[in-house]
Design a protein around this ligand. Structure first.
Ligand code: SAH
Length: 383
């Protein structure tokens, strides 16, 4: 009989063998117990597997040359090492790459790699779709299907590393030097899974990307923000986008639940925010909506006292989007004012627009099934 592993059904490969990629150390240990690995070997085998899976990116047990043939055979009999399924990979004229990743239940998300001179950033998704419905965001037009589990979040990193040929985990000059949770979904509505995945990503004996190079972006789920600092210690980014509740209520409907004052109070309390580790405020530049000099002044007043930098994001259009990007002059004027007030205010260069990989352009075809669809499918499957 198979011992049940505490992993999600979507994580079990179609072949019926459980996937070890995406498990944390405790789960790996359990998997080895379930395969009958002798107790005295468990510690050693767990760390060997950890090394092969997350440092070397192994996808075959046969690669594990320091593991005995017999153990390899036992493992191959029961488990697989799958990095996940890539439906498509697109490469932009500016070098940005976008993958459409499909999970065992058919749901899909997008993952984006943005190479820059001094860094390479992998932008990963935390949910299929999103519940927030921010007016200017393409993902918001896709209804949430579900949260990703930790293995599905990890899978995006494994796939990107495969594509870039970045195994074993290099100690320096990495192509993927930084990770941002800025893809599809609201990570703080899927905190536990995002946290488990980040703990695997940060483990120094594996993928080993430091918390200083990881940024979690939230639209402002205030009650969850402190845990990001306390439990993960990663950088925090806030999708602010407006300086009055009236405007932010429209752009980011979550504001009706957690208005600007509460959001900024949570930023002031954010554990670990210092001048060396500033909170990033993302601010999408929308023509005539939030880009006036008055807005810039209000912004500076609002964030006073918070160690902060402002990331100005030129609006990226998508089919049917209801806004236009601010003019270059308006962005400059806004940025200059904020900058002169003492805050770094880089303008984020749009990347990968030609493959719809830029901020806010991600969307997959997965849609929430209506109950009727689901019932119909189940009835069909039962006959
Ligand atoms: N839900 C989280 C994580 C997604 S981050 C959050 O809101 O922070 C995605 C970032 O891209 C957010 O800052 C979002 O506001 C920004 N964005 C969304 N649509 C955009 C668009 N059309 N153009 C530019 N930036 C956009």
């Amino acid at each position: 009989m198979r011992a049940a592993l505490d992993i999600s059904p979507t994580h079990t490969a179609k072949v019926g063998r459980d996937n070890l990629v995406g498990l944390d150390r405790g789960q790996l240990h359990e998997a080895l117990v379930s395969a009958g690995i002798p107790e005295r070997e468990l510690r050693m085998r767990t760390s060997q597997l950890w090394h092969w899976i997350y440092h070397r990116g192994a996808t075959e047990f046969a690669e594990m040359t320091n593991v005995s043939k017999q153990v390899r055979a036992t493992l191959a009999d029961r488990f697989v090492l799958s990095h996940g399924d890539v439906v498509s990979e697109q490469i932009s004229s500016d070098g940005t790459r976008k993958w459409l990743v499909r999970f065992a239940d058919g749901n899909e998300v997008e993952t984006v790699y943005i190479p820059e001179e001094d860094r390479g950033t992998l932008c990963i998704s935390s949910q299929v779709g999103c519940t927030l419905n921010c007016r200017f965001c393409h993902t918001g037009t896709q209804r949430l299907v579900r949260n990703l589990d930790p293995a599905e979040i990890i899978s995006q990193v494994m796939i990107a590393r495969d594509s870039l040929g970045e195994w074993p985990s290099p100690s320096q000059d990495r192509q993927i030097s930084n990770i941002v949770l800025m893809g599809m979904g609201e990570p703080l509505y899927n905190f536990d899974n995002a946290a488990s995945a980040l703990n695997i990503i940060m483990d120094p004996e594996g993928i080993s990307i430091s918390r200083r190079r990881i940024t979690l972006s939230t639209a402002g789920v205030v009650p969850m923000m402190a845990r990001v600092g306390q439990e993960l210690g990663v950088n925090l980014a806030i999708s602010l986008h407006a300086v009055s509740d009236a405007v932010r209520d429209v752009l980011v409907p979550l504001n009706r639940k957690y208005p600007i004052a509460e959001l900024l109070e949570a930023c002031r309390m954010y554990p670990g925010a210092t001048n060396a580790r500033r909170i990033t405020f993302e601010y999408v530049m929308l023509k005539g909506v939030n880009d006036s000099l008055e807005d810039a002044k209000s912004l500076v007043n609002l964030i006073s006292g918070i160690p902060a930098k402002i990331n100005l994001i030129p609006f990226n259009p998508w089919p049917g989007s209801p806004y236009e990007c601010s003019d270059a002059e308006a962005i400059d004027r806004f940025g200059d004012f904020v900058n002169r007030a003492g805050y770094a205010s880089p303008v984020r260069a749009p990347r990968g627009r030609d493959i719809m990989a830029a901020c806010g352009q991600l969307k997959s075809a997965s849609e929430k099934q209506s109950r009727r669809d689901r019932d119909r499918k189940e009835a069909a499957a039962a006959t």
